[in-house]
Design a binder for this molecule. Structure first.
Ligand code: FAD
Length: 472
């Protein structure tokens, strides 16, 4: 395909970019997806993901009103209502569209939010395991569909600058093997996946020491789309939160214990302490929140999860890929002791501090005064459990960052907006490079794959409708 005079150029070949590409090509647009990865199995968060499409932990096939309520609940009202409506309305339709492309899904577990997992599923064990699993298969399928519809996936192509004319986007300048090429197009979609792997941006907006936070993903999102959009006059949302999980601290040096198991469920039942034995977060806010709080601290690699045998045998076994027994199988560090004092000595925590903290926590649990602790312990989302049954357990933890929640401001059609709310003609953004639906003071999570698929689809639909009648 000639690189000039394309209808749609898309930056990034994750789910957002590939859905946009296939849908646009299917609608007759001359389409190219530029992907910086050079290999056909180029890394990206989509390919490495768990593959479950959900909307704020709700089955996307639930009625729209239920999906809106779930988004409201999870973000505590932070979400842009226009984006929320798009998610509630479109996610189920995009799943059907993916199935019509040949995409396969299975029901992953007993809980309804896991009803739409890309097939085949990954095995339920610790570590990174993506090859031949549902998301990898889905991306390869979409690449085939793109080619089949006359579109092009250009690997080894790094988008650098948007081409602008009179305030409209008219293409992208990109680098292929150190050669600069210009792709002129009537519209461009930015779908580069976020800025989680750019330490300067992370330092500026989220955390002090990104080197001490585990990249819990492909680390391909370095903020190129955000930078290009800003240069083109785009508004950005708050950039201060990320989606991620609590991991065993060994993940900093061992690939055997990430991206799974996540330790969120155990931590939300037990406590997280620092080396002097004091609690440092509201564990009741859940793992994504805890990961953000630990990442923001000045000492991210000093937090330890403390629980007891009842928690270890309960919430410890209940995750899809459970810490108990997967963490031990993968060789992750787990301290066990018959007394809290011995546990503290083994885990490098001040014994008196830990005993005081656990005593105060257990007393507050008994008397229903957890909210009066410092920091307060909320109990409306996750059930706190007392720490009383030996052996006691301590796991050194770290924060894992998967993707940034804030980013380019868009409307419900994925059009990139300026500060004054007007759309930049010819410019769209989709997926983890965008903001407005997730984050906020409570760090609400809505779903990375649903966000990518919905706004990739919406971008293509809008571009196709706008260009209809003017296509060559
Ligand atoms: C381990 C793990 C488990 C997950 N599980 C789930 C789950 O079960 N459910 C869920 O909803 N979400 C999950 N997520 C999150 C989800 O995968 C992401 O939010 C989603 O895939 C983002 O899609 P995207 O297309 O926006 O970005 P990506 O998939 O990251 O794709 C972006 C692409 O852009 C390319 N790119 C970047 N810069 C440039 C440039 N300058 N030029 C050209 N190309 C560029 C990158 O190489 C990459 O291929 C998980 C993520 C991980 C890592």
């Amino acid at each position: 395909m000639n690189n000039d005079n394309l209808d749609l150029v898309i930056v990034g070949g994750g789910l957002a970019g590939m859905v946009a590409g296939v849908r646009a090509a299917e609608r007759g647009l001359r389409t190219a997806v530029l992907e910086k990865g050079a290999d056909v199995r180029y890394p990206c968060n989509t390919r490495w993901s768990g593959g479950i499409i959900h909307v704020a932990y709700t089955d996307p096939k639930e009625p729209e009103v239920a999906l809106r309520a779930a988004i409201e609940r999870n973000t505590r009202g932070f979400t842009d209502p226009v984006l929320m409506d798009a998610m509630a309305h479109e996610t189920a339709r995009v799943i059907d569209w993916l199935r019509a492309q040949g995409g396969r899904f299975i029901r992953a577990g007993a809980v309804a939010w896991q009803n739409w997992m890309m097939a085949p599923p990954r095995p339920l064990r610790a570590g990174l395991d993506w090859e031949g699993r549902g998301p990898d298969v889905m991306l390869r399928l979409l690449a085939d569909r793109l080619r089949g519809s006359g579109g092009t996936l250009m690997l080894g192509t790094v988008a650098r600058t948007l081409m602008m004319h009179d305030g409209s986007c008219i293409g992208v300048e990109a680098e292929q093997a150190s050669v600069v090429r210009r792709f002129t197009a009537r519209s461009v979609v930015l779908a580069d996946g976020g800025f989680q792997a750019d330490f300067a941006l992370l330092r500026q907006h989220i955390m002090q020491i990104p080197e001490q936070v585990k990249q819990r993903g492909a680390a391909t999102g370095v903020g190129d789309g955000l930078r290009m959009a800003r240069e083109a006059g785009a508004a950005v949302t708050a950039l201060d939160c990320f989606y991620g999980h609590l991991l065993c601290r060994d993940a900093m040096v061992s690939d055997r214990v990430w991206p799974y198991p996540e330790l969120d469920g155990i931590a939300a039942a037990g406590i997280i302490v620092n080396p002097v034995g004091a609690r440092i977060v509201d564990e009741g806010m859940g793992g994504i929140h805890m990961a953000n709080m630990i990442a923001r601290s000045s000492t991210p690699l000093t937090a330890t999860l403390v629980c007891d045998t009842t928690i270890w045998e309960g919430p410890g076994r209940s995750a899809r890929i459970p810490a108990n027994p997967e963490l031990a199988r993968a060789g992750g560090t787990i301290h066990r002791a018959g007394t809290l004092a011995d546990l503290a000595l083994s885990a490098g925590i001040d014994p008196d501090g830990l005993s005081r903290t656990v005593a105060a926590y257990n007393a507050a649990h008994r008397s229903g005064l957890l909210a009066a602790l410092a920091p307060p312990r909320s109990s409306d989302r996750y059930q706190p459990m007392p720490i009383t049954s030996a052996p006691f357990i301590a796991i050194p933890v770290c924060a894992g960052i998967t993707y940034t929640m804030g980013g380019i401001r868009i409307d419900g059609d994925a059009r990139v907006l300026r500060e004054d709310g007007s759309a930049i003609p010819g410019l769209y953004a989709a997926g983890a490079t965008t903001g407005g639906i997730e984050g906020g003071p409570f760090i609400g999570y809505v779903g990375g794959l649903s966000k990518a698929a919905v706004f990739g689809f919406r971008a293509a639909e809008h571009a196709a409708s706008t260009l209809r009648g003017t296509l060559r």
